[in-house]
Design a protein around this ligand. Structure first.
Ligand code: HEC
Ligand code: HEC
Ligand code: HEC
Ligand code: HEC
Ligand code: HEC
Ligand code: HEC
Length: 276
């Protein structure tokens, strides 16, 4: 009798223990993360302990999150999926920079939206898909940055504790023309580019032009070639003095001086064609 009592007590205890254990795990799944795991404020953007800020302060180390939340971030052993909120996964290119339409800033890494902010600057002028806002062929990321093919690409976030973009010029900025070999330079302090083919370092171009990244108004018709004071784009030097651009560059510009084929402007080659 005594033995049977002990036996049933153990079974009852086990069942209660089991139910209690389950409900505890289940609670964890539906509630915000317990302070034990992530601390207060982990899901509150206003908190200094917000998970996005903590990751940024830790040189964007997402590997540690994967160890519990799964290699594909869909929950892993925690059952708590990142994809509930980051629907394309936290490694999607617009999680930390860009927006739903593009991956370049704005927004910048620190969430800035204005083009006077260095992290935003003139990205839009170089890359925007709306050709009404752009005067040239779109410029690929790797014309100014090392190529990045995935979040964990070694070119991406440098593991030196500095989470700051690295400017490395590509082929277009270095395009040589007769007698001119560009030596493009980026000065982070003054936010200026100099010595680039794109902005005037070519035969008959304005070879000393130094556009300011966080002042897109520093670039207009006449600053890369022609006269920056009057805005007349007619190149100097040995270039013909005929003002009717369209007569010789008709594939690029029309008789009203409007650029009609932006893909041929700042593409690395002088394009000629007659009026018709
Ligand atoms: C040691 C394991 C572990 C690691 C490492 C870990 N997590 Fe978690 N995380 C959990 C567990 C378990 C839960 C769910 C239980 C809870 O509420 O704490 C959770 C919950 C979360 C939640 C809440 C999910 C929701 O739907 O409410 C977020 C957000 C989160 N983690 C983000 C992260 C991020 C970002 C990292 C990497 C910096 C990370 N976690 C690393 C174990 C971990
Ligand atoms: C309950 C919703 C939710 C869950 C779950 C969640 N996040 Fe977030 N996360 C956010 C929000 C909201 C932001 C802020 C977005 C913004 O600033 O535009 C954010 C920001 C981030 C950022 C920084 C982005 C930036 O702009 O600085 C990273 C990285 C990140 N989350 C990773 C994770 C990872 C990894 C997990 C899973 C382990 C996770 N998140 C789970 C809601 C969530
Ligand atoms: C979790 C946050 C995060 C995600 C996700 C992310 N990036 Fe980044 N990215 C950064 C940070 C931080 C920087 C600036 C720091 C640096 O470059 O070291 C950066 C910089 C860049 C740069 C400039 C590189 C340089 O150093 O000059 C490019 C290009 C870029 N990212 C492309 C991508 C692409 C493509 C993806 C998607 C495959 C992506 N990023 C996803 C955080 C992120
Ligand atoms: C014309 C040159 C140019 C092109 C093209 C360009 N960038 Fe940048 N980018 C810059 C400059 C310059 C900075 C540095 C600003 C600074 O650090 O002061 C920068 C900074 C960044 C940063 C860091 C922003 C921050 O908050 O600090 C990211 C992320 C980035 N670029 C992503 C991209 C991506 C993605 C593309 C392509 C879709 C791209 N860039 C194309 C010039 C360019
Ligand atoms: C009479 C024909 C003609 C007209 C009109 C003309 N161009 Fe040119 N353009 C040329 C030729 C030829 C070259 C190539 C010169 C060379 O390779 O040295 C050239 C080259 C250029 C270049 C590259 C720099 C250089 O000199 O090689 C630019 C920029 C340019 N033209 C802009 C213009 C603009 C802007 C106008 C109108 C204001 C214009 N051109 C009108 C014939 C013309
Ligand atoms: C960002 C610097 C820059 C600005 C600003 C600029 N150009 Fe150019 N332009 C170039 C470069 C570089 C070339 C040399 C050929 C090439 O690579 O397309 C060029 C060439 C030309 C040509 C010769 C045809 C060709 O091959 O592209 C014409 C015409 C021209 N530009 C007109 C204009 C007009 C009009 C404006 C003002 C609305 C203007 N450009 C503003 C950089 C610029």
């Amino acid at each position: 009798m005594k033995k049977i009592f002990i036996f049933y007590s153990l079974i009852i205890l086990t069942i209660f223990g089991f139910i209690y254990g389950c409900s505890e795990v289940k609670d964890d799944l539906v509630l915000a993360p317990s302070p034990d795991f992530h601390g207060e404020g982990w899901l509150s953007q206003a908190s200094s302990n917000f998970h996005g800020k903590v990751i940024g302060a830790d040189n964007w180390n997402l590997a540690q999150c994967k160890s519990c939340h799964g290699a594909d971030y869909s929950g892993g052993t925690t059952g708590a999926s990142c994809r509930k909120c980051h629907t394309s996964g936290p490694e999607a290119c617009n999680t930390c920079h860009g927006n739903s339409e593009h991956i370049y800033p704005p927004k910048s890494i620190s969430g800035k939206l204005l083009n006077t902010d260095p992290g935003v600057g003139a990205h839009e002028q170089h890359l925007v898909s709306d050709t009404a806002l752009r005067n040239s062929r779109p410029v690929e990321c790797q014309e100014c940055h090392l190529p990045v093919s995935s979040f964990s690409d070694p070119n991406h976030i440098l593991k030196d504790g500095k989470t700051q973009a690295t400017i490395v010029f590509g082929d277009l900025a270095k395009k040589t023309t007769e007698g001119v070999t560009p030596d493009p330079q980026w000065d982070k302090n003054t936010q200026t580019c100099s010595g680039t083919y794109c902005h005037g370092n070519f035969k008959n171009g304005n070879q000393n032009a130094a556009p300011v990244h966080n002042n897109p108004n520093s670039v207009y018709c006449g600053t890369c070639h022609g006269n920056p004071t009057t805005g007349n784009p007619l190149p100097g030097g040995t270039h013909p003095t005929n003002q009717n651009c369209y007569q010789c560059h008709g594939g690029v510009i029309n008789s009203n001086g409007v650029i009609i084929n932006k893909n041929l402007h700042v593409n690395g080659a002088v394009n000629f064609s007659t009026m018709h």
